[in-house]
Design a protein around this ligand. Sequence first.
Ligand code: AMP
Length: 423
Amino acid sequence: MSKQQSASTPTSVEAILVINCGSSSVKFSLIEPESGTTLLSGLAECLSTPQASIKIRHNARIDNEELIETSALAAPFDHQIALSALVNKLVQLNLVDNIIAVGHRVVHGGEHYAQPTLINTRVKKTIEALAKLAPLHNPANLIGINACQQAFSTLPQVAIFDTAFHQSMPEKAYLYGLPFELYQKHSIRRYGFHGTSHYFVANQAAKFMDKPLQQCNLISAHLGNGCSVTVIKNGQSVDTSMGMTPLEGVMMGTRSGDIDASIIFHLVEQLGFSIEQVDTLLNKKSGLLGLSELSNDCRTLESAMLDKNNPQSTQAELALTVFCYRIAKSIASFSASLSELDGLIFTGGIGENSSWVRQEIVNQLGLLNFHLCEENNQATRFGTSGNIAISTSRPCWVIATNEEWVIAEQTAQLLKSNLAGEL
Ligand code: AMP
């Protein structure tokens, strides 16, 4: 099913409003969970600044996109006002009565939540307490929950945690080589992220193989602005590259991924960095951006690399080469978690679209018997899915992720099972 699927909207259709709230943005979709059809979607950005804007797309069609101008408003256009604009649009399009619940993406559920969870006061308190592990994300997610509770006061609100899929990891995968007390008293351990995406693409791969997910052994590479690799054994996450925070693991757009922890002491003690500067350096100035000194955007780097007249061509190539090597190394290391391997999955903006990155990674995985078909690799982009490996290779699937649909589906399933429990 494509993200861009369109549909007319019968009034009887039951839909889930999916909310992904960041510190200055709200991404939303109204999804019919049975079919995955997107009835409405949009993005409010730069909230609480003069540049605030909100775009709403009806029936997922670009020609039905409306940009609501906000600069003329006297009040700051914040999360609450963005959601009010969304509600007005839903009323105008006669869609409010279709909504049966709101599903929220929540980044950090710690060890508390391995399943979709109905939000109540206690759950909100726990999400708030977990902000110490995800200071950029959980407070923003709570803003979205509070605003939706006001805007849709009669609807159930459900939290879907990015960390939930990885709660099946064994101790040997989630513990760091640090004093045990830090785990026991301060919850310092690997949690992993991008869980809904890895779960979705693993399910799709199971469908390609016509096997139950519980019998599938896979390695999934979510490569977008944030990147993570997850190993899935018998349908469950058993290890993943991101750690206590989304900074660990493979190199990303602006994040360094793994580095020697002593580099931090060196930056502070020898080079005079403050802790805040180190934080910004590792999260916002490193990765593809830091190495290329050009961009964090894979498209910009690829076109610079391929244009031999571009003076930044060599450095763009260097950044992409390091990026791919580190991902290939991570994939190869995760084979240690498995005794069988059905295939490799690429997803996320880069994984779904960059044939160059996929080729560069897979070229280094010959020992695991991964070999790409050049023609299929080139042809599989822009939302198309499929196996891009040659017939004698283990499969390498490109699968367009759809986290919003997972959130809608899991929210609907939770409502159903709660209703069944009440009967
Ligand atoms: P995401 O965070 O999943 O939206 O992915 C964003 C990343 O995907 C950015 O680095 C984009 O440059 C990259 N991307 C999107 N489209 C393409 C493309 N056609 N070719 C290469 N990279 C792409």
